[in-house]
Ligand binder design. Sequence first.
Ligand SMILES: C[S@@+](CC[C@H](N)C(=O)[O-])C[C@H]1O[C@@H](n2cnc3c(N)ncnc32)[C@H](O)[C@@H]1O
Length: 212
Amino acid sequence: MKISKRLETIASLIPSNSKVIDIGCDHALLDIYLAHEKNCECIASDINNNALDQARYNVLRFQVKTVTLMLTDGLDNIPIHDEDIIVISGMGTSTIEHILEGKKLSRRLIISSHTDFEDLRRYVVSLGYRIEDEKYIEEKKKAYIIMSFVKGDVSYTDEDYRYGPILKKNVCYIENEREKVLEIINQLPKGNDEMKRRTKILEELDKLRNNA
Ligand SMILES: C[S@@+](CC[C@H](N)C(=O)[O-])C[C@H]1O[C@@H](n2cnc3c(N)ncnc32)[C@H](O)[C@@H]1O
């Protein structure tokens, strides 16, 4: 079964035979792939009924028996066990934080936000997790970051939170960040505070590029 590179990368972080809870499953293609290719048992949930209708259709189409669909907000009413893997992907960091806030969570979380990566790292680490892995991928001219967290205690530097303890050694990621910062700098009036701030970031990225 073929899925997007982004979903395939998320799946690559999930061992065979896992129990997965996918919050905001939408079409549930990740869960169907995991059930089909990796013998996983999945709870695929979404807050939106139309998304779940599409998921229901896909589950029937691919004839998988180990994907259970649930209509719910975040983790509400979902039974969580320590060994489960919770996946949250394709949302912004504030929604992800709202979903995790005050909830019983499992040992491992796989999260792919499209905003505020530094805030996300800081928040999840504050819940008692360490960053186990980070993937950077580009697909259809868009860049995605996928983070895998596992319960544990590690102290991180500001640089680790900003760029990721693993991603800061990833040349493709650093190059992409440099290009984005350069593009912004080129549009800013010379000498203003924002330009000085961005130039400092560019220097940090140059240093990381040289060390990567
Ligand atoms: C852009 S889609 C991402 C789908 C899939 N996870 C992926 O990565 O391809 C975001 C999905 O999250 C769902 N969603 C947003 N907030 C949610 C919440 N609080 N609880 C459950 N699902 C939510 C939306 O309804 C939507 O289907």
